[in-house]
Ligand binder design. Structure first.
Ligand code: PLP
Length: 430
C-alpha cells in the first residue's frame, strides 16, 4: 500500500509495512527464511557495508519479514522507525544501549513489571549502568532523581501488574526539561489504546510476546523511535552525536537525522549484541497485529465487566483496574488511553495466601501462567511464583502481596469468565 496519513488504525494494522511480494506476488508477507542475501556486485556490497545504501546483508541485522513488522509497529505507534528484537527484555537493553555508558543511570518508575525491576536493579549494573526507582505519580520526585549522569526516564503506560496509568505528558515534560528522552513500555496498552509518542515519549518499547502477537505463540520485542529527539543538542549522547570508529567516523545524528536511533540500533545494536528477532516470530506477530484493535476492544469490554463484578463481590477486598470509577487512575483514562484502561489488573482476595493458591488451582477457564496479553484469560499468584523469593514487605511494595492475584482478561465470553471466577472463589474462601 502507499502510506497515507489518512488511513485509520484498522487499515494500518493490516497493511502497513506489507506489499505483495515483488518476486512472486504472494499477498501475505512471506517468511524470508534466509540467513544471507546475494550482493549485486562488489560495489553494492561496499555501499551496504558503508551504510551508504539500505538493503539486506545478513539476518542478524535485517530480514525482509522482520522489516515488514518493524514498519508496521512504527506506523501504528506514530514513529519513524523501529528495531525488532528477540524479546521484550532484549528491546529494553536495545533502547538503553545507544544512550548509556559506564557510570550513567536511568530514572525508572517504581511500578514496573517485576522482570524489568530485576533487569534494572541487578543485571544492568554489570554494564556499569544503574537505575533509581521513583513514584511516577510524583513528577517532583522524578525531577529530583535526575542528575548529570541520568540518560533516560523509563515507565510503563499501563503498569504491570496493577494496571496503574502514568501521566505520560507530565513525565515527558520533566524528561524534556532535563534534555533526556522518555522511554515508555507500551506492552500492556498497545498503540491501539495508547500512543506514547503523542504524549511526548522519545522511544517506545514493547514485549511483542503479549498483545501485539496476541495468542501466546512467540517471544519478541520492539523499540520504536519517534525521530523527534535532537541527540546533538547536548553532549550527553556521544554514541549518536560523535564519530563512530566502526564506521570510519560517521556521525549517526548528522548522517541519518531523525532516523539516527533506528540506524544505530540496527548497525551497532543488532550487529554487536545480536538480540535479533527471527523471521518465524515476525510472521506470527504480523498475523496477530492484523486483529489488534478488534481484540483490544473485546479485552477492554471484558475487563470492565469482570473488574466490576469482582469489585462488588464480598469475597474480594479491592480491585485495581483503572477503568473503575473507584480507581485513582480513572481520571487519566480519557487523557492517556481513551479507548480503555487495558485488561490487566490485580485483585485482593479475602483469605490471603491460602485462598489465592486455592483460587488459581480451582479455575477452569483461566490458566495459571506467567504471561499476559493472550486471547485466553490468565491468572498468576505472584507471591507463590514470580515473587516467592521476596519478603512479604518486598512483595507488598511490588503490589504482589500474599493476598493478591493478577488477572489478564482474555476475549472469551465475559459471562463464562465471571462464572469461572465465581465457582473458584467459592472453593477458595469456603
Ligand atoms: C510490561 C512488560 N514489559 C516487558 C516484558 C518482558 O517481555 P519478554 O517476556 O518478551 O522479554 C514483560 C513480560 O512479561 C512485561 O509484562
Amino acid at each position: 500500500m502507499t502510506d497515507g496519513p489518512s488511513y485509520g488504525f484498522d487499515t494500518l494494522q493490516i497493511h502497513a509495512g506489507a506489499r505483495p511480494d515483488p518476486a512472486t506476488g504472494a499477498r501475505q508477507v512471506p517468511i524470508y527464511q534466509s540467513t544471507a542475501y546475494v550482493f549485486r556486485d562488489a560495489e553494492h556490497a561496499a555501499a551496504l557495508f558503508n551504510l551508504q545504501e539500505v538493503g539486506y546483508i545478513y539476518s542478524r541485522l535485517t530480514n525482509p519479514t522482520v522489516a515488514a513488522l518493524q514498519e508496521r509497529i512504527a506506523t501504528l505507534e506514530g514513529g519513524v522507525g523501529a528495531v525488532c528484537c528477540s524479546s521484550g527484555h532484549a528491546a529494553q537493553i536495545m533502547a538503553l544501549f545507544p544512550l548509556m555508558q559506564p557510570g550513567r543511570n536511568i530514572v525508572a518508575s517504581s511500578r514496573l513489571y517485576g522482570g524489568t525491576v530485576t533487569q534494572f536493579s541487578q543485571t544492568i549494573k554489570r554494564f556499569g549502568w544503574s537505575a533509581k526507582f521513583v513514584d511516577m505519580d510524583d513528577p517532583e520526585a522524578v525531577k529530583a532523581a535526575i542528575d548529570d549522569d541520568t540518560r533516560a526516564v523509563f515507565c510503563e503506560a499501563i503498569a504491570n501488574p496493577g494496571g496503574h496509568i502514568t501521566d505520560l505528558e507530565v513525565i515527558a515534560g520533566v524528561a524534556d526539561a532535563a534534555g533526556i528522552p522518555l522511554i515508555v513500555d507500551n506492552t500492556s496498552a498497545t498503540p491501539y489504546l495508547c500512543r506514547p509518542i503523542e504524549h511526548g515519549a522519545t522511544l517506545v518499547v514493547h514485549s511483542t510476546t503479549k498483545y501485539l502477537t496476541g495468542n501466546g505463540t512467540v517471544t519478541g520485542g520492539c523499540v520504536v523511535d519517534s525521530g523527534k529527539f535532537d541527540w546533538s543538542a547536548n553532549d550527553k549522547f556521544p554514541s549518536l552525536s560523535q564519530p563512530e570508529p566502526a564506521y570510519h567516523g560517521l556521525k549517526f545524528a548528522e548522517t541519518f537525522g531523525p532516523l539516527a536511533f533506528t540506524f544505530h540500533g540496527i548497525a551497532i545494536g543488532l550487529r554487536d549484541l545480536g538480540m535479533t528477532m527471527n523471521p518465524q516470530a515476525a510472521h506470527y506477530t504480523l498475523m496477530g497485529i492484523e486483529t489488534l484493535s478488534l481484540r483490544m476492544d473485546r479485552h477492554v469490554e471484558n475487563a470492565m465487566k469482570v473488574a466490576k463484578w469482582l469489585e462488588d463481590d464480598p469475597r474480594t477486598d479491592y480491585v485495581t483496574y483503572a477503568g473503575l470509577d473507584s480507581s485513582p487512575y480513572s481520571k487519566l483514562v480519557p487523557k492517556i488511553c481513551p479507548r480503555g484502561a487495558g485488561a490487566l489488573f490485580t485483585v485482593a482476595v479475602k483469605g490471603g495466601y491460602d485462598a489465592c493458591v486455592k483460587l488459581v488451582d480451582s479455575l477452569e477457564i483461566f490458566s495459571h501462567v506467567a504471561n499476559l496479553g493472550d486471547t485466553r484469560s490468565l491468572i498468576i499468584h505472584s507471591a507463590s511464583t514470580t515473587h516467592r523469593q521476596l519478603t512479604t514487605e518486598q512483595q507488598e511494595a511490588a503490589g504482589a502481596g500474599p493476598n493478591i492475584v493478577r488477572l489478564s482478561i482474555g476475549i472469551e465470553d465475559a459471562d463464562d469468565l465471571i462464572a469461572d471466577l465465581d465457582q473458584a472463589l467459592s472453593k477458595a474462601t469456603a
